[in-house]
Every structure is written in C-alpha cells, then in structure tokens.
Design a protein around this ligand. Sequence first.
Ligand SMILES: Cc1cc2nc3c(=O)[nH]c(=O)nc-3n(C[C@H](O)[C@H](O)[C@H](O)COP(=O)(O)OP(=O)(O)OC[C@H]3O[C@@H](n4cnc5c(N)ncnc54)[C@H](O)[C@@H]3O)c2cc1C
Length: 416
Amino acid sequence: MKAIIVGGGIGGLTTALMLRARGIACEIFEQADTIRELGVGINTLPHAMRELAGLGLLPKLDEVAIRTDQLYYLNRHGQEVWREARGIDAGHDVPQFSIHRGRLQGVIHRAVEERLGPAIIHTGCRLGAFTQDEGGVTAYFFDRSGGHVHTVRGDILIGADGIHSRVRETLFPNEGPPCWNGLMLWRGARDWPVFLTGKSMIVAGGLNAKVVVYPIAEGSSPASRLTNWAVLVKIGEGNAPPPRKEDWSRPGRREELMPHVARFSVPYIDVKSLISATPELYEYPTCDRDPLPYWSSGRVTLLGDAAHPMYPVGSNGASQAILDARCLADLLARSEHPRQALVEYEKKRLPMTAEIVRSNRRGGPEGVIDAVEQLAPDGFDNVENVLSYSQREAIVRGYATKAGFAAVPGLAAVRA
Ligand SMILES: Cc1cc2nc3c(=O)[nH]c(=O)nc-3n(C[C@H](O)[C@H](O)[C@H](O)COP(=O)(O)OP(=O)(O)OC[C@H]3O[C@@H](n4cnc5c(N)ncnc54)[C@H](O)[C@@H]3O)c2cc1C
C-alpha cells in the first residue's frame, strides 16, 4: 500500500514515521520550497509524547525542549487561581514538552529523512486537485506559479495540509473561511533570566485578555532560557472576518500590542520587559472551524489541523495531530481494506477532537481563570471563597479528561 500525504507539518511528518513503523510506504508533498523551522513555542502533552517516545524521539526532543513541570493559572492581579504539576511531575511516564514548533518539526523531519530517505519528501508541491476510483487516488501537484509538477498515484490520500486545507475544501466546497472568535494572539520568544523552576508555565489574565509565558529551550547561559510569551486579547466581536488573514508567520504590530500588556500584573517574571525586548513578534487571529460530519470519503481522509483546527488554548493542536497519526497508521496496518481503515479512523478520532474544538471555544482549561474573574473581578482574599477547589478542579480536569491526558489518579493538584 502507498499513502500520499499532503502537508509536511507536524501531522504529516509524524504520519510518515508511523506508517513506516508499520511497513506502509508513503510520500509527502509540501507546498513550501523547504521544510523550514517556523513558528514560536508550543506545548506537547504526555499522551502525544508517549507516541513520539514510541518512535524513539525522546532523546532528540530532550536536546531542544524543556520538560514542563508545573502550570500556574493566575488572575489579572497575579493571584493564584490554580496550580498543578505537569508531565513527569504529575505522575505521567513521559514528559510534557514546551518546545519551539520549528524545532519539534525539525526533530520529526530529520527522523523521516533518516528512516525513509529524503527522496520521499517533495517540497514546492502544492496539491491542486485529486480524483479517486476503485483502484486508488490520483493527486495533481503544482508549483508556486501554478505550473504542474507532479501527478501521483496512491492507494490513499491523507490531507494533513493545515487550517487552509485544499483536501478539506475539495470534500466540503461550501464550507467557507475559518471562524474568528474576535481574539488576536501575539507571540514571540527571547533569551530571558530563569523564572520559578526554569520549567514552569504561567497563564495569567481574565475574560478578555490573557498572557502565557513559558521557557521552550535552554538559554545562552545556565541562568537563562529561551522564553516564549503569548498575549491573547479580544479585539473584535468575532462576527466579522479578522482584520488580517490568519497566517502563522505574519509579523505583529508592537504598537497594537503594548497597550494591552499594561493590563497584566504577573509575579515571578517581568512580562512587559520580556515583550518589549523581543525583537520579532507575530500575530495570529485565533480561528477554528466547525467540526465536520465526516473526514473520510472513499480513499481520502483528513488529519491534524485540516481535520480539526482548534483555538490555541489547552496545548492541543500539535498533540492531537500526533494522536491522529498513530490511530490512522494502526488501523491501516490491521484493516483488510484501506477504505475500511479510514472509516474506522474517523469513528475513533472525529468525536473526540470535535469535543476539544468545542471545549476550546469555551476557554479550555484556562476557563477556570474566567470563571473566577466573573465572580471576583477585583481579586480575592481567598480563592476558596470564590470557587471551591472541587469546582475549579472540575473545569481543569474536565478538559484534561476530554483531551485524553487526565492526571494520574491519586495525584492531586497543589491547592492554591
Ligand atoms: C508556519 C507555521 C507556524 C506555526 N506556528 C505555530 C505556533 O507558533 N504556535 C502554535 O500553537 N501553532 C503554530 N502552528 C500550528 C501548529 O503547527 C498546528 O496547529 C499543529 O502542529 C498541527 O499541525 P498540522 O501538521 O496538522 O498543520 P500545519 O502545521 O499547519 O501543517 C500543514 C502543512 O501543510 C502544508 N500545506 C498547506 N496546503 C498545502 C497544499 N495545498 N499542498 C501541499 N502542502 C500544503 C503547509 O505548508 C504546512 O507545512 C504553526 C503552523 C505553521 C504552518
């Protein structure tokens, strides 16, 4: 069997490794001219890291990432709403990694080149169209100027081509653009003095504005880390298109961001100075899409952001793409017919990821900060008097259970 994978992001590359491990051939077609290590920080959760560990990538990830050990949720005044251990410290057998997206992609990309050979990755190939028949799928690829470069035949086609997926658009031509929720996300990273344990993540703010800060790699000295920050602010009602099209690599405008930064009071780290000192920053209007009724049509299916783009809260975008890859590869290896495998894959993965998309719309686990802010907008003396431990736990743990990475039983969160 041969799979055609459209898209060389984290989802597509991981799928290639998973297929290879099960003896299934594949080729990847990526529209960019090279696989470049783009993006800023992302978090990858233990359930997904278990899959990458199974592929033997843990030592390489440890060279470029930080094993996140604790997570703080604070209100806009810097008061602690919730704190919990993460990854190994929360009892998991594998870590949660905070990592530069490009470096994560780089680790997986190098493994694909080593194990499958560089020739299976075709860059500068944008999927234009595909057709399918009883015997297989035919895909047509084009270069940047629209010139036809490849026609490829395979048994199945996997659309791992991100939020603007051409495969999805072909299956659902009337869907239209992604939905914007009115929030703008600004992001950046810079070498900065260690804060807290040097492996801690902070999410602070309130209903309409949040800041997230965490280290993603060693720094230039033992006393510093490459520190990622993200500021998420409501700037629109979300019933109109975003001010500028969603593009993960679009430079942000510092003059638009800085007035919002003044709203936060964060202990442990001077967020305003960190952001001011960051030379390059990016903006991204937080967009998702409504869950689909199906992903698989005959010999074609969707994976990762193409299947279930979600708001970037709860650290799940890359993690769910990795889980999709494992599930799809397992089913292809054991099903009698690839079409049957694609239907089974959709049955297993679509409902769960749809639930995460919906949950992220309600704020994801960070919703615990919003719930406290609604009741105590000016802060509190004791958070227990605002929302009890079990009420806060229900919000945070409810999300973790849905996303498949609930804490190990018996290990309670640290009481704030
Ligand atoms: C450049 C970039 C930077 C990002 N930065 C961040 C970040 O800083 N923080 C964060 O949380 N998330 C970021 N993301 C999103 C994050 O990587 C994904 O949410 C997650 O990893 C799921 O990955 P995916 O492989 O499904 O999709 P993606 O990572 O979006 O990968 C899709 C790939 O498909 C390719 N592609 C698209 N259309 C076609 C086509 N027609 N033919 C061939 N190839 C095609 C794209 O070039 C891309 O390489 C970024 C994504 C990109 C592409």
